[in-house]
Design a protein around this ligand. Structure first.
Ligand SMILES: [Zn+2]
Ligand SMILES: [Zn+2]
Length: 248
């Protein structure tokens, strides 16, 4: 679950060989492509989504226990201020109408900003925050790779969900690097939506060029697929998340 920017320039192979590889990859992709028109998501007994996305809290005036709260935490190496990170997160996650995750699945995803830095909350309060976004120049100690290259999303606190017969997680922590995930532009928006897609159980492509359906999980900003060039989730992404919510 570590994510890098789309490669801008790649060494070119001789054309014939490229065509042959493309044919092989297309065949493999065709064999592995899900029959439903959906982005791939977990279907095993261990699912990497947050538990609360199956459920909705009554009342829309404040965050309920089954809603999703999120917070930002900016570390000293980042160029961002807390207010910049928090405001951009809020705009991206809940301020884009049909182009954000908020409200997905009949408001089973209902995102609420916890306005202060994640680590400023007392333990019990922080435990009620499902999504944390941590910003720094570099997360290679968590996400691997070279300095400042990868963003990633990490599941924490597994729980057995007897309603759906699988294990899912209470929390997801998103690690955002300045160069991409922390950028205050469409690149940053794409990475926020991609990493948050992991919180709903969406998966990375199985290989670079695994572009079977248009998806924020493998769009032009992240894994170089050209069938989704936008920074917001695709209709296939929303459909996949709702399928997961329904236990499918
Ligand atoms: Zn679940
Ligand atoms: Zn990813």
């Amino acid at each position: 679950m570590r994510d890098h920017p789309a490669p801008s320039a790649r060494p070119r192979r001789p054309l014939g060989l490229r065509a042959a590889w493309t044919a092989v990859l297309l065949l493999v992709a065709a064999l592995l492509a899900p029959t439903a028109q959906a982005s791939h998501h977990n279907t095993s007994s261990h699912q990497t989504h947050v538990n609360s996305m199956h459920y909705t809290s009554a009342g829309g005036g404040a965050a309920g226990p089954l809603d999703e709260q999120y917070c930002a935490q900016v570390y000293g190496s980042s160029y961002l201020s807390h207010a910049q990170a928090r405001n951009f997160l809020e705009q991206t996650l809940a301020g884009q109408g049909d182009r954000d995750w908020d409200g997905t699945g009949g408001w089973r995803i209902d995102l609420w900003l916890a306005p202060n830095p994640c680590t400023s909350y007392p333990t019990q309060e922080r435990a009620e925050i499902e999504l944390e976004y941590h910003y720094a120049a570099d997360w290679s100690d968590v996400c691997g790779g070279s300095y400042g290259y990868y963003n990633c999303a990490v599941s924490q606190n597994p729980v057995y969900n007897s309603d759906y017969g699988h294990t899912d997680y209470r929390w997801k922590v998103m690690y955002m690097v300045d160069s991409t995930g922390g950028a205050l532009d469409n690149v940053g928006r794409a990475f926020i939506n991609h990493e948050t897609g992991h919180a709903w159980g969406l998966l990375d492509p199985r290989w670079d060029g695994d572009c079977h359906t248009p998806s924020i999980m493998h769009g032009s900003y992240t894994y170089g697929c050209q069938n989704w060039t936008n920074w917001w989730p695709s209709s296939y992404d929303y459909d996949s998340v709702v399928a997961s919510m329904n236990g499918n």
